[in-house]
Write a protein that binds this ligand. Structure first.
Ligand SMILES: *Cc1c(COP(=O)(O)O)cnc(C)c1O
Length: 387
């Protein structure tokens, strides 16, 4: 009797962590340039977050949403202020945050008596592994074998405003667009400048909801608190999760204007969502990002690492493109690189590959310059050795 075989795992287990470092059961130390998939952005065992969790754990973990939860109200206020949104619903993961967004869109369509309540979603996108979110996801690999999928999703190419205008001109049954500001699992694909502003304009004209999936790009990862803040727009619905609790499982679906009051008692709920302990962690995370000026730090470190890669890998014929925004960085290679994660592990560095040929880095915001440089040097060397 064991775990279900859902993960192809690397042969390593970690026992402790401190800042950007993890230590395995053999006592070997690793520099963590992945943060458990963009989660532990403040590093491991962050003293402020640890203290907030410990203090809350000693008083109260959970009461359920049958009762008022002051931590959840406090967090909703803080997060909505940072996002320019009106209201938040807390859940336990990115997929659940997107489920809430999808349910808001469907209810909104039914209230408006819109036909169909279809949601435009994108090729190459990733929104989670529940039935609705895997249907929304633009990857056949994620969907294969789970048919029948849900109806009510319309697929469009990413970073192509003309395609959305064409859908608008030809279909009357759309209620919302669900989109990542940068494709994360899809390979750190950064759209043209003002792509979101273009989508915003179409949504305004068509009376569609613009729903942004910032599960990966949110909470400071790209150098702004949310990635849409690089452009002068606001979404109607906004989801986030990964970095919000620095390792405690919390997701959030926020909304603004009309969309903020669509869910009412009885229409959506979760037992654990927004409980005192996860909210205490998230409040501490937001506090640290603000007090330690980590948005500016992510932006600065990101630029430094991007420039480092550009310098080290200049003219390398293995490299198709180097790209990044804040501390969301990728080196797309010309061929698949199935061995590079293991080779990095052997050098004491944790990295990730997505789409087979995209080396993905999601390092913590608390890196020292020398640690950022070490990541760049090690990854560059591994890529150069492939050539
Ligand atoms: C990881 C991710 C999700 C899914 O989050 P889970 O917490 O794994 O359910 C959804 N959307 C995006 C953009 C993600 O990166």
């Amino acid at each position: 009797m064991t775990l279900m075989n859902t993960y192809a795992q690397l042969p390593v287990a970690f026992e402790t962590g401190e800042g950007p470092y993890l230590q395995d059961t053999q006592g070997v130390r690793y520099l963590d340039a992945l943060c458990g998939l963009g989660v532990t952005s403040l590093g491991h065992a962050h003293p402020t977050v640890t203290a907030a969790i410990a203090s809350q754990a000693g008083r109260l973990l959970h009461t359920s949403n049958l009762y008022n939860i002051p931590n959840a109200r406090k967090l909703a206020k803080k997060l909505c202020e940072l996002a320019g949104m009106d209201a938040a619903f807390f859940c336990n993961s990115g997929a659940e945050a997107n489920e809430a967004a999808i349910k808001i869109a469907r209810l909104y369509a039914n209230q408006q008596k819109k036909d169909g309540g279809n949601i435009i979603v994108f090729e190459g996108s990733f929104h989670g592994r529940t039935m609705a979110t895997l249907t929304a996801t633009g990857s056949r690999k994620v969907q294969a074998g789970f048919e029948p999928l849900l109806s009510g999703f319309v697929r469009a190419p990413y970073d192509n405003l003309e395609a959305i205008r064409t859908i608008a001109a030809n279909t009357g049954n759309i209620v919302a667009i669900l989109v990542e500001p940068i494709l994360g699992e899809g390979g750190i694909v950064i759209p043209q400048n003002n792509y979101l502003a273009g989508l915003r304009k179409i949504c305004d004209k068509q009376n569609w909801l613009l729903m942004l999936d910032e599960v990966q790009t949110g909470n400071g990862r790209t150098g702004k608190f949310f990635a849409f803040q690089h452009e002068d727009i606001l979404p109607d619905v906004l989801t986030t999760a990964k970095g919000l609790g620095n390792g405690l499982p919390i997701g959030a679906c926020m909304a603004r204007g009309q969309a903020a009051s669509i869910l009412q008692p009885g229409s959506h709920a979760t037992t654990f969502g927004g409980n005192p302990i996860v909210c205490a962690a998230a409040l501490a995370v937001l506090d640290c990002i603000e007090k330690d000026k980590l948005l500016a730090r992510a932006e600065l470190l990101g630029r430094r690492m991007l420039e480092g890669f550009e310098k080290n890998l200049k003219g390398c014929n293995q490299v198709r493109q180097i790209r990044g925004k804040g501390l969301m960085l990728a080196i797309e290679l010309n061929t698949d690189c199935p061995n590079i994660v293991g080779q990095a592990l052997n050098k004491g560095l944790l990295i990730n590959v997505t789409q087979g040929n995209v080396v993905r880095l999601l390092p913590p915001f608390i890196l020292k310059e020398a640690q950022a440089d070490e990541i760049v040097a090690t990854v560059s060397q591994l890529i150069l050795e492939m050539a």
